[in-house]
Ligand binder design. Structure first.
Ligand code: NAD
Length: 344
């Protein structure tokens, strides 16, 4: 039976978005937060230093594919909420090692669904006593929709057309979640979000790579001609959207989350260089922009992603609080104050 202080299972909470979400939970709710994370190369306990001495926070090192472990956590904490971030998340790695993506993103998501179903429901559409309000939030990506040309936006009706092993594995996991709702009445909601940026992002991703390369005096590598467009969302805005969808989203629905902040990679590199020129000018007086260097494009590189987030705005009242330039200022300040997070 659920205990007094309700418990939430957060998977992948040592990563970029999960750790920001746990921060928000601990600051704004009285939930007991259990973070299950395998601590792959992408997980970093420094992301959770703020939580270490908080009695409402518990860290468990482990794999979401380990059904026995997940089962024991459900037994111990009687979760009524699951927010599932854990994933292999870097497209470049999915090109060189797709196996890990299928294992964690597809098999791992299915293990979680199986265990949650067993603990929450006796049979299809029949909840166990005390679990009628249980909810599972599956965190996914807009990359499942494939690529856009110069015009148009992804809506929740856009057909799935994943182009990388990463997005294909996320699409497969979305379909499993969908099937659990339709087959068993399992209480799931899925969010599909655009590219995030902000504190705690792993050094391998675009924005930390630009900052690291710039301040270490190296070439700033930009794929192809730098014209690829993403719809950038500050991580705290993603976290608030996830939480709204968890608590108030309609079961079985998907919600797109995006910030109406389309920027191409070259704009981002130039903008970060301009901020760095003001905050930490180069000793030779040159702009960091002189370090921008174009490199061979990523195979199958999607041209443009852009989100129509009107469903979550109209139904759940969610809106991004940051625009790209305000969020980037916060992000850059964080990396400049935590420069060791840019190192290997
Ligand atoms: P991340 O790579 O920074 O973090 C992933 C975390 O999951 C790491 O802490 C890692 O140790 C953990 N993990 C990996 N495999 C695991 C396993 N088998 N068992 C337990 N833990 C495991 O990723 P992120 O950028 O924070 O993304 C989180 C989620 O959000 C992912 O599902 C991703 O697909 C989705 N998403 C990310 C973005 C983005 O721009 N970063 C955008 C939309 C959606």
């Amino acid at each position: 039976m659920p205990q007094n202080s309700k418990a939430i299972l957060v998977t992948g909470g040592a990563g970029f978005i999960g750790s920001n979400y746990i921060k928000m939970l601990l600051e704004t709710t009285d939930l007991t937060v259990v973070n299950l994370d395998k601590l792959t190369y992408a997980g970093d306990l420094r992301n959770l230093e703020f939580a270490e001495s908080n009695p409402s926070y518990h860290f468990v090192e482990g794999d979401i594919c380990d059904a026995a472990l997940v089962d024991s956590l459900f037994t111990k904490y009687s979760f009524e909420r699951v927010v599932h971030f854990a994933a292999e998340s870097h497209v470049d790695n999915s090109i060189s090692n797709p196996d890990a993506f299928v294992q964690t993103n597809v098999v791992g998501t299915h293990r979680l669904l199986q265990v949650a179903y067993k603990h929450w429901m006796d049979a299809p559409n029949k909840f166990k006593s005390g679990y009628a309000n249980a909810r599972f939030l599956h965190v996914s990506t807009d990359e499942v929709y494939g690529t856009l040309g110069a015009e148009g936006l992804f809506t929740e009706q856009t057909p799935y057309a994943p182009n990388s092993p990463y997005s294909a594995s996320k699409a497969a996991s979305d379909m499993l979640v969908r099937s659990y709702f339709h087959t068993y009445g399992f209480p799931a909601v899925t969010t599909n979000c655009s590219n995030n940026y902000g504190p705690h992002q792993h050094r391998e991703k675009l924005i930390p790579t630009i900052i690291r390369s710039a301040i270490s005096g190296k070439n700033i590598p930009i794929y192809g001609d730098g014209q690829n467009i993403r719809d950038w969302l500050y991580v705290a805005d993603h976290c608030s959207g996830v939480h709204r969808a968890l608590e108030n989203g309609r079961l079985g629905e998907t919600y797109n989350i995006g910030g109406k902040n389309e920027r191409n990679n070259l704009y981002i590199a130039n903008y970060i260089c301009e901020l760095l020129d003001q905050k930490v000018p180069r000793e030779d007086g040159q702009s960091y922009k002189s370090q921008i260097s174009f490199v061979t494009d990523r195979p199958g590189h999607d041209f443009r992603y852009a989100i129509d987030a009107s469903k979550i705005t109209i139904e759940l009242g969610w809106e991004a609080q940051e625009h790209f330039e305000s969020g980037m200022d916060k992000t850059l300040n964080w990396y400049l104050n935590n420069r060791n997070r840019l190192e290997a």
